[in-house]
Write a protein that binds this ligand. Structure first.
Ligand SMILES: *[C@@H]1O[C@H](CO)[C@@H](O)[C@H](O)[C@H]1NC(C)=O
Ligand SMILES: *[C@@H]1O[C@H](CO)[C@@H](O)[C@H](O)[C@H]1NC(C)=O
Length: 344
């Protein structure tokens, strides 16, 4: 065998070992997702909005190439977490007009790409605010109750897991564009206050298990690098993310004291993504800078609309477009999350 072939085989074996997400028997009967495009599985498809992606090349690697409205080339963390917890393979969007009522007892997705904790964010991007996602959840509980009865519905909600990914667009778009002209520490406190209100509403509805995601490594996203293109990460943007994440973690930790029967965990997504970007080539990623689609326009800040200018192999790219990791990158991040948070 020549050296190139050996290298490729070694790489393939490493890739197989590294990317298998552990499956766990964590006994959550259902999964619900709230927040932004990291978790959205197609809720924006029915909206009149600029922020949707139910067209090629999105979904290029999803079941043979179906653009479902997921903001990636394949599955997103909602799906990968539902799969790893043995709930189901994909988490359907609540807004899907073809949603099968049989999906209700195992959970659905309410997240909306472009949304955030700040209402300015969802208004600007014409998407579903967190408040409206909660309204959808209340409507869902009514449907679930009609299907399985009051007692079963309450049990499903209290044993279920909620995942929340928010603040990415608030910081990267609303704050960065100067739409909230206040100092960042004040904005960060507001974001935590809004998270707190959201978590309290979930608790009042019977939810007892939540994983609250940190933001992504915002300054390392192709669109977040902005004017300092050429370097891997914009550390000034990352500093905002780090400050908010630290405030969020502190708040989430304090819930254990104030509400001991509320199992809310802070989930670090920032460092797992940062580690992928800074790790050696052993991860199999050959491009950690550009999005696979959208060409090399590092700071385009737009969703991909053209079929030309795509990379050939998505599994060698960390990023799918200007802001969203590829399924391969998400698999590594979710693997880390499952190992840390899904202890039985
Ligand atoms: C998970 O549950 C299945 C079926 O009950 C069982 O066969 C398997 O050993 C369990 N795995 C672990 C890691 O406990
Ligand atoms: C509640 O769940 C139990 C056990 O799964 C089932 O036997 C029962 O039919 C359910 N109740 C209703 C009203 O659907």
């Amino acid at each position: 065998m020549d050296q190139l072939l050996i290298d490729r085989l070694v790489m393939a074996i490493l890739v197989l070992c590294v990317y298998r997400i552990p499956m766990v028997n964590a006994s959550y009967p259902a999964l619900f997702a709230f927040g932004d495009s990291i978790l959205d599985t197609g809720n924006n498809n029915v909206l009149v909005s600029i922020t949707k992606c139910n067209y090629p090349p999105y979904g290029r690697d999803f079941n043979g190439g179906i653009p479902t409205g997921r903001f990636s080339n394949g599955k997103v963390p909602s799906d990968l977490i539902a799969g790893a917890l043995k709930i189901k393979d994909t988490l359907p969007a609540y807004n899907d007009p073809k949603l099968d009522p049989k999906e209700l007892p195992t959970g659905v997705c309410f997240a909306s790409g472009g949304s955030g904790l700040d209402t300015l964010t969802s208004t600007f991007l014409e998407v579903i605010s967190i408040a409206d996602q909660l309204k959808m959840f209340k409507e869902y509980i009514g449907k679930l109750t009609a299907n399985v009865g009051q007692q079963n519905a309450s049990e499903i909600i209290s044993k279920s897991l909620v995942i929340l990914s928010a603040a990415n667009n608030d910081i990267a778009i609303t704050f960065s564009l100067g739409r909230r002209p206040i100092p960042f520490p004040a904005y960060s406190n507001l974001l935590v206050d809004w998270t707190s209100s959201f978590l309290k509403e979930l608790y009042a509805l019977g939810v007892r298990h939540v994983w609250a995601f940190s933001t992504l490594t915002l300054g390392c996203l192709p669109g977040g690098r902005g004017s300092v293109g050429g370097v891997l990460c914009n550390e000034a943007v990352n500093a905002f993310a780090v400050e908010f994440n630290s405030n969020l973690e502190k708040y989430v930790t304090s819930i254990k004291t104030t509400t001991p029967d509320y199992d809310v965990q802070y989930v670090d997504v920032y460092n797992p993504l940062r580690n992928i970007i800074s790790s050696s080539p052993v991860s199999g990623f050959t491009n950690k800078i550009n999005g696979c689609c959208g060409g090399n326009a590092v700071a385009s800040g737009e969703l991909c609309t053209s079929l030309t200018g795509q990379c050939t192999d998505t599994s060698t790219y960390v990023f799918w477009d200007f802001a969203h990791p590829t399924q391969r990158a998400y698999e590594i991040i979710v693997s880390d999350i499952i190992q840390k948070h899904a202890q039985q």
